[in-house]
Write a protein that binds this ligand. Structure first.
Ligand code: CAA
Length: 259
């Protein structure tokens, strides 16, 4: 795999791992970092051997937000013309393969927004989530007012965006922002175990499941149900559906071929 300045990239079997790595700035999402992230995500998306992507940070910080030192001097024209922020960061949200954010420490501002672009978040018990943009004279710009509201509902999203307060992992799980909280020491083991479990299934079927769940956030119920049913029907065109069901009937483990 390629080497990058601001992230560490490795693969474990069918799992691609991206570790944000600007420790001195608590993984603040500089232009250099998000450029690296976009490239690494593109490479994993294009690699047929990779089934699942895990994005993580350090024990102290997943990411403490957009790089305030870099951003402080931007003009409106800079932000508008470059479509500042989502142009590069948004790549995580458009991945077709399943993605997991493994979050320890601070996930603030853009860090929280990046985590929310993953399919789900597994949090260490020391994780802290928040949208503190209001405290520095701006508002969330990469989904904080939208994805957070869908995840935790209006009351809590409004309170977090208006006060900038952080919520801990326990509150984040209780309110639906994170799928699961694990002891900080076990975060990567648990995230990898979960990723490997998904990676063991049929790649097209995991992608279809993801696509269908995401549809729920874009449509009314009946359109969503129709979308789901059509994709469900489509799984019957796959060798892996035949294999999975035959394996169950004959009490043997399935051997999926991603076809
Ligand atoms: N941008 C740039 N540098 C950052 C940073 C950020 N978002 N967050 C932390 N750092 C830097 C600090 O400046 C500091 O660098 P120096 O050692 O050179 O001074 C280093 O990381 C360590 O940080 P602290 O000394 O502040 O560490 P702490 O433990 O005292 O505090 C913290 C940790 C509470 C996370 C604090 O760093 C903090 O509040 N960070 C900013 C959080 C924030 O406001 N994020 C939102 C950014 S706006 C945004 O993301 C816009 C958007 O929606 C896309």
């Amino acid at each position: 795999t390629e080497t990058y300045e601001n992230i560490l990239v490795e693969t474990k079997g069918k799992v691609g791992i991206i570790r944000l790595n600007r420790p001195k700035a608590l993984n603040a999402l500089s232009d250099g970092l998000v450029t690296d992230l976009e490239k690494a995500l593109n490479a994993f998306e294009d690699d047929a051997a990779i089934h699942v992507i895990v994005v993580t940070g350090s024990e102290r910080a997943f990411a403490a937000g957009a790089d305030i030192k870099e951003m402080a001097k931007f003009t409106y024209q800079d932000t508008y013309l470059n479509d500042f922020i989502t142009k590069k960061w948004g790549r995580l949200a458009t991945c077709r393969k399943p993605t997991i954010a493994a979050v320890a420490g601070y996930a603030l501002g853009g860090g929280c927004e990046l985590a929310m672009m993953a399919d789900f978040i597994i949090a260490a018990d020391n994780a802290k989530f928040g949208q503190p943009e209001i405290t520095i004279g701006t508002i969330p710009g990469a989904g904080g007012t939208q994805r957070l509201t869908r995840a935790v509902g209006k009351a809590k999203a409004m309170e977090l965006c208006l006060t900038g307060r952080m919520m801990d992992a326990e509150e984040a799980e209780r309110s639906g922002l994170v799928a699961r909280v694990v002891p900080a020491a076990d975060l990567m083991d648990e995230a990898l175990k979960t990723a490997e479990k998904i990676a063991g299934f049929s790649r097209p079927v995991t992608m279809m499941a993801k696509e269908s769940v995401n549809r729920a956030l874009e449509t009314g119920l009946n359109d969503g149900l129709l979308f789901e049913r059509r994709v469900f029907h489509a799984t019957f065109a796959l060798d892996d559906q035949k294999e999975g069901m035959d394996a169950f009937v004959n009490k043997r483990p399935p051997n999926f071929t991603d076809r």
